[in-house]
Design a protein around this ligand. Structure first.
Ligand SMILES: [Zn+2]
Ligand SMILES: [Zn+2]
Length: 110
């Protein structure tokens, strides 16, 4: 099974203290990004945090998954496929659901 997503051109600025969306993803999953998550793409170099949404007109939530540079440059009109296992590793771009829960101590220092 695979799942369709679209890249969002022009990601929102980070609301947390992560230095990049990729670091945000790695921090939340506690994994190192090893390759682009797009189905069939095995690019391992120059990975960045792709800012995406599910390919549905009703999808409002934004997620972060590892992307290669080429996939990060895809227009929103182009649907990309990710595997189900990749889908479950998509990290919400909403800080309230991620960094603020996992690292509440950071907030005390702001
Ligand atoms: Zn973060
Ligand atoms: Zn890729």
């Amino acid at each position: 099974m695979s799942f369709k997503i679209t890249n969002i051109v022009g990601a929102n600025a980070l609301e947390c203290k992560c230095r990049s969306w990729l670091e945000h993803w790695e921090r939340f999953t506690r994994e190192k990004a090893k390759r682009c998550f797009v189905e069939g793409c095995n690019e391992t170099n120059d990975l960045i945090g792709g800012y995406v949404k599910w390919a549905s007109p009703f999808a409002l939530n934004r997620y972060v998954i590892p992307f290669c540079k080429a996939h990060n440059a895809k227009p929103e009109s182009q649907k990309l496929e990710i595997s189900d296992s990749a889908r479950f590793k998509a990290v919400p771009a909403t800080v309230l659901e991620t960094c603020r829960i996992q690292h509440p101590e950071e907030e005390a220092h702001l």
